[in-house]
Design a binder for this molecule. Sequence first.
Ligand code: FES
Length: 184
Amino acid sequence: MRTYAVHASVVRNLRDARRGDYRMTDISTAAGNALRDAVCSICGRHGDDPAALLEILHELQDEWGCVEDDAVPMLADALNLSRAEVHGVVSFYHDFRTSPAGRVTVKMCRAEACQSMGALKLIEDICTRMGVPLGGNGDDARVTIEPVYCLGNCALAPAALIDGRPMGRADIDKLENAIAEAAA
Ligand code: FES
């Protein structure tokens, strides 16, 4: 079973999170109960093993669309971890979302090779064009634009993935057309 390495930055996040304030989860709602059922079921499949936290978070996001804030204390309870530990891992890894993604997910590479080909400006431009913040959804939940760090397509920088489909030599018009096509 894969164990998760506690990277130095995660430890820093944990320290920061421990100073934070966590709201209690309201499990009296149907949605709260459904979320708790999902968390318990996934954790149970992993033997409630805290070393499986990353796999559990990925499975929860696959099933639930995101790792929402209310899941953090539930995961902590189930895995006998502190809320700060769970929160630190969720906030450290860019793969985890705390709200559901839009109908189209665009991953924009901002690693070195793509940066050297203008990726940062391109990311800014496509977020402006779509009217969404980087990493978040617009009001209509049509598209989510997420930063990633190397898509393995450096030779065709700047690189992007639109709903899992790779795009090389991305530019603003190609991105806009691909998003419109994926949303149709
Ligand atoms: S640096 Fe962007 S794909 Fe590798």
